[in-house]
Design a protein around this ligand. Structure first.
Ligand SMILES: O=C(O)CCC(=O)C(=O)O
Ligand SMILES: [Fe+2]
Length: 263
């Protein structure tokens, strides 16, 4: 379990800079390209990068789809985050686009293999029973956070070490009649670029806690960029310190959301 003290350290800037409610209401969702072509969920699986903490889904999106999205996302008006963070926020230098879009979050969940892979998890070939699945995700999985974030890191940009917060939300955010109180428990990162597309650096690096204060820190866990790979990691009180390393060549594009469970 992570120590209490880290809760005071730099936390994710997942919500900064914040648009006012009025600004958010005004923002029209973009006309996202169709999420296809995709590999069938039977061809995909959850792979553990660090047991119980970091999972990946290689080829979650095809390279064709990633290419379509990078071209499309480049047409959106991205905002460069200020180099000087608010007190307590991690230094993050990248260009971002943030939208509350329940329909897109739902497509990313049900229109891909994600729902099947998370509701009936098989990790490294081993199927989890219902209780173990619920313990893994932190409750009954509902889907993805409608707060969708797009990040572009160009050469020299990075996301300094931080923890991602868990947020209480109402799921799905905009459909009030069927809304369910929910909380986010895992971060979803979807990598659209890699060295294969000319992006060097930009790896997401995790720093596991030592088993006890007397032990040496375990080696960092490096998630190298792979086109179309999804990465899931625990956040909130169980989040590992992590960073997005500096991009040294080309552009790194990711789509970020979170797994939501009933609260
Ligand atoms: O860009 C990355 O590799 C990490 C992004 C991240 O940590 C975040 O969105 O909270
Ligand atoms: Fe993060």
């Amino acid at each position: 379990m992570p120590s209490k003290s880290k809760q005071t350290k730099k936390s994710n800037a997942s919500t900064a800079p914040k648009a006012t409610a009025a600004e958010e209401a005004k923002q029209q969702p973009p006309n996202w390209p169709a999420i296809q072509p995709l590999l069938p969920s039977s061809d995909l699986s959850l792979v553990s990068l660090l047991p119980d903490q970091i999972l990946t889904i290689p080829h979650f999106w095809t390279s064709t789809l990633c290419k379509t999205y990078v071209n499309f996302l480049a047409s959106l008006s991205l905002t460069t985050t200020p180099g000087k963070p608010k007190k307590g926020d991690a230094v993050r230098v990248n260009d971002r686009f943030q939208i509350d879009d329940p329909a897109f979050a739902e497509k990313l969940w049900s229109g891909t293999a994600l729902r099947e892979l998370l509701q009936n998890p098989i990790i490294d070939g081993e199927a989890l029973n219902k209780d173990d699945a619920s313990a893994l995700w932190g409750g009954e999985v509902l889907g993805l956070n409608s707060n969708v974030r797009i990040y572009r890191y160009s050469k020299g940009q990075f996301f300094d070490q931080h923890y991602d917060d868990s947020n209480n939300i109402v799921f799905p955010s905009s459909s009030v009649p069927s809304a369910v109180p929910a909380k986010t428990t895992w971060t979803l990162l979807l990598y659209l670029t890699s060295p294969a597309t000319g992006c060097q650096g930009g790896e997401t690096v995790f720093y596991p806690d030592p088993p006890s204060k007397r032990d040496a820190a375990p080696p960092p866990v490096v998630a190298s960029l792979e086109v179309g790979m999804a990465l899931l990691h625990r956040h909130g009180k169980d989040c590992l310190l992590h960073e997005g390393r500096e991009v040294t060549e080309g552009e790194k594009w990711i789509i970020r959301s979170d797994i939501c469970v009933k609260r």
